[in-house]
Design a protein around this ligand. Structure first.
Ligand code: UD1
Ligand code: UDP
Length: 366
C-alpha cells in the first residue's frame, strides 16, 4: 500500500483533513504529521476530538516566532520525518507556513506533493498566505483547486497540467456537520474568564485574526467601533493572536455590544454561522461558510480571497473602518440557491480518486 504523509498545523487544515483523511485511509497508509503551529486545546485538540481525526503520528511542536524562523524550523524537522518515513507522496492543505515548509522539504527529497486548495491568488505578496500558496502550487505534482477561478490562476501560471477542480472540502465538512447540529454545540461558549456565555436571540457573528487587521489598535478598533454601533450584539471568538489587544480595546473604549469569547470548536462555529443575522470576518473559511449558509457577509480585507462568494454582493470587501463596514452590512443581498460554485459536497472522494489515478497511470498501484 502506498504511504502518504499528510501535514497539517493550523485550525482550518484540521477541518479539511477531517473529511479527506476519512476517505484517504480506505486506500492508503496515511502518516499524520502535525507541525504544532496551532497548539492551544481550543485551536487544535478540540478539532481532532470532535471530528474524529486520528491522533497525529508526529507533533513537531513548532509554533510562534517570525515567519522565517517558524518556516525554517519546520523545514528542518519535516525533512527528518520524511527521510525516516520515506512517503510516496506528501499531502498538503491551504496556505499556512506549515504547508509551504512541507512543500519545500518534500520537493527537495523528490517526493511528489499533492496540494488541496491550490490556486487562489490575492494579488499581493504582502500577504504571507499568498507567498505560501504560490510556492506550494509551483512545487506540487498535483494541484487540486476548489473552484474554477482558482483553476484559472493556475492555468495562467502554466500549471494547468497539474491541476483539476475538485470542489471544496470545507463545503463537504459544512454539509456533513450542519446536518448533525442540535443546539447542544452552543451551550459551552466561554468568555475570557472561562464563564459560560448566554447567547442572545439575535446576533452578528464575527471572526478576525489576520495580521493585517489585528496588529494595530487603529485597525482592530475600526472594526470594533462598527460592531458596537449595530442593532444587536456581536459574538466574537477571539484567536489567541489578538486576545490581549481585543480585551484591552473593549475595556478601554467601554464597548458593551461585542461578546468576546475564547475560540470555539468547529461545530459551534458553523452553528453560529447558521444562526447569525450577518457575518463579519477576515477568515477564508468563515466567508465561505457564510456563503454556504446564505448569510450576508462583510470581509474586512483589501483583497478578494474567494471571488465566487462575492457574486450579487453576497460577500463584500470593507476597510477596517466603522462607516465602510456599516455601509456594506446595510446593503441588501439576495442569494441565488442554484449557484453552487464549491462542488457537490464530495470533494474528498474526488481528491482520493485523483491521487489513485496518479499511480494507476504509472502502473504503480497494487
Ligand atoms: C495562521 C495562518 C493563516 C490562517 C490561520 C488560521 C500562516 C502564515 N498563517 O495564522 O493563514 O488563516 O493560521 O487560524 O501560517 N497562537 C497561540 N495559540 C495557538 C495558535 C497560535 O497562542 O494555538 C499564537 C502564536 O504563538 C502566534 C500567534 O498566535 O504568536 C499567531 O499564530 P500563527 O500560527 O503564527 O499565525 P495565525 O495568525 O494563526
Ligand atoms: N472556526 C472555529 N472556531 C473559531 C473560529 C473559527 O472552529 O473560534 C472555524 C471556522 O468556522 C472555519 C475555520 O475555523 O471553519 C476557519 O479557520 P480560520 O479563520 O482560523 O482560518 P482561515 O480560514 O482564515 O485560514
Amino acid at each position: 500500500m502506498k504511504k502518504i504523509c499528510s501535514v497539517v498545523g493550523a485550525r482550518p487544515q484540521f477541518i479539511k483533513l477531517a473529511v479527506v483523511s476519512r476517505v484517504l485511509r480506505k486506500h492508503f497508509h496515511e502518516v499524520l504529521i502535525h507541525t504544532g503551529q496551532h497548539y492551544d486545546h481550543n485551536m487544535s485538540d478540540v478539532f481532532f476530538e470532535e471530528m474524529d481525526i486520528p491522533r497525529p503520528d508526529y507533533n513537531l511542536g513548532i509554533s510562534g516566532g517570525t515567519h522565517g524562523s517558524m518556516t525554517g524550523q519546520m523545514l528542518i524537522a519535516l525533512e527528518e520525518v520524511f527521510l525516516k518515513e520515506k512517503p510516496d507522496m506528501v499531502l498538503l492543505f491551504g496556505d499556512t507556513n506549515s504547508t509551504m515548509a512541507a512543500a519545500l522539504a518534500a520537493v527537495k527529497l523528490h517526493i511528489p506533493v499533492c496540494h488541496v486548495e491550490a490556486g487562489n491568488r490575492f494579488g499581493t505578496l504582502d500577504s504571507p498566505e499568498e507567498v505560501n500558496r504560490i510556492v506550494t502550487d509551483h512545487m506540487a505534482s498535483i494541484n487540486l483547486p476548489c473552484t474554477a477561478s482558482s483553476m484559472a490562476f493556475l492555468e495562467r501560471e502554466g500549471l494547468a497540467q497539474t491541476a483539476t477542480v475538485v470542489g471544496d472540502p470545507m463545503y463537504d465538512a459544512f454539509r456533513y456537520y450542519s446536518e448533525r447540529l442540535d443546539g447542544s454545540e452552543l451551550t459551552d461558549i466561554r468568555d475570557f474568564d472561562g464563564n459560560k456565555v448566554e447567547l442572545p436571540d439575535e446576533f452578528y457573528y464575527m471572526t478576525c485574526h489576520r495580521q493585517e487587521n489585528t496588529d494595530t489598535d487603529e485597525k482592530l478598533d475600526g472594526i470594533f467601533s462598527a460592531m458596537e454601533a449595530l442593532d444587536v450584539p456581536t459574538v466574537y471568538p477571539v484567536h489567541p493572536r489578538n486576545h490581549n489587544r481585543a480585551e484591552r480595546l473593549c475595556r478601554e473604549r467601554g464597548y458593551r455590544n461585542i461578546l468576546l469569547t475564547l475560540p470555539v470548536g468547529y461545530q459551534t462555529s458553523i452553528s453560529l454561522v447558521n444562526r447569525a443575522k450577518k457575518i463579519v470576518t477576515d477568515s477564508g473559511g468563515v466567508q465561505r461558510e457564510a456563503f454556504f449558509a446564505e448569510k450576508p457577509c462583510v470581509t474586512v480585507l483589501d483583497f478578494v480571497v474567494w471571488p465566487e462568494t462575492m457574486k450579487d454582493g453576497c460577500n463584500r470587501l470593507a476597510k477596517p473602518d466603522r462607516q465602510d463596514i456599516l455601509n456594506k452590512l446595510n446593503t441588501p443581498v439576495v442569494f441565488d440557491p442554484s449557484y453552487q460554485p464549491f462542488g457537490d459536497g464530495h470533494s474528498a472522494e474526488k481528491i482520493v480518486s485523483i491521487i489513485r489515478n496518479y499511480w494507476e497511470q504509472r502502473g504503480e498501484l497494487s
